[in-house]
Design a protein around this ligand. Structure first.
Ligand code: PGA
Length: 242
């Protein structure tokens, strides 16, 4: 498994259901990754494009956006941890709010997927976050506590797991919590039951070229999970450079 603690910050590009071979050719030829070994850049394309982008690897790592909770067998259309491992994929996003909301993924599913990823030496990037309604009802910390309790495998540790805090209402909306709110929520996660102090906790939700620097330099933030802005090579380059 890749040594996540050797990096000071993570920049994870979540391409969602976007991209094709031509896009990847252009994106990878334009992307400039600074020669800073402390920054870990991960690109997560669709599963179909994992192998193609892996062969273009240049200073970045490759991650999947999802994986099956089943090891093998009669599960048409699923992709297993073993297959990701065959492709030498280093990271996998798990429990993104789009998977939780659109595909009804539960904390139990997220936990089981993450456990198997760790067994296959693939780092799960486990997403947690509250909806707007939960935020407005003052339930953010309760929601995060339950997600932490139930989604993070018992044998997770700061060497094998990354946590991504993504307020659901900030994803793709251009809205973000204030910098102070982000930092405080990350502090809450790090201190939760005294368990996650040493974990890398990254922030996601409308990270752009014009706010990434401030967000990533917050004391409790160890990087960013970037959706929309990671599809533009110049924006993503700027986010990493800063
Ligand atoms: P966004 O998406 O940067 O477009 O808000 C983030 C995410 O979905 O991980």
């Amino acid at each position: 498994m890749i040594k996540i603690n050797s990096f000071s910050s993570f920049f994870i590009a979540n391409w969602k259901l976007n991209g094709n071979f031509k896009f990847i050719d252009q994106f990878t030829s334009e992307l400039k990754i600074p020669n800073n070994v402390a920054k870990c850049v991960v690109i997560c394309p669709t599963s179909i494009h994992l192998d193609y982008i892996r062969n273009k690897k240049n200073n970045f790592y490759v991650g999947a956006q999802n994986v099956s909770q089943h090891k093998e067998g009669a599960y048409t259309g699923e992709i297993s941890c073993a297959s990701l491992s065959d492709l030498k994929i280093e990271f996998c996003i798990v429990g993104h709010s789009e998977r939780r909301q659109i595909f009804n993924e539960t904390n139990t599913n997220v936990n089981s997927k993450s456990s198997q990823l760790i067994e296959h030496d693939i780092v799960p990037i486990i997403c947690i976050g509250e909806t707007l309604e939960e935020k407005e009802n003052g339930e953010t910390n309760d929601v995060l506590s339950k997600q932490l309790e139930e989604s993070i495998p018992k044998f997770s540790n700061s060497d094998n797991t990354i946590i991504a805090y993504e307020p659901v209402w900030a994803i793709g909306t251009g809205l973000t919590p204030s910098f102070e709110e982000i930092n405080n929520t990350h502090k809450f996660i790090k201190n939760y039951n005294n368990k996650y102090n040493n974990y890398k906790i990254i922030y996601g939700g409308s990270v752009k070229a014009n706010n990434a620097k401030e967000i990533v330099s917050l004391s409790n933030v160890d990087g960013a999970l970037i959706g929309g802005a990671s599809l533009k090579s110049d924006d993503f380059t700027k986010i990493i450079e800063d």
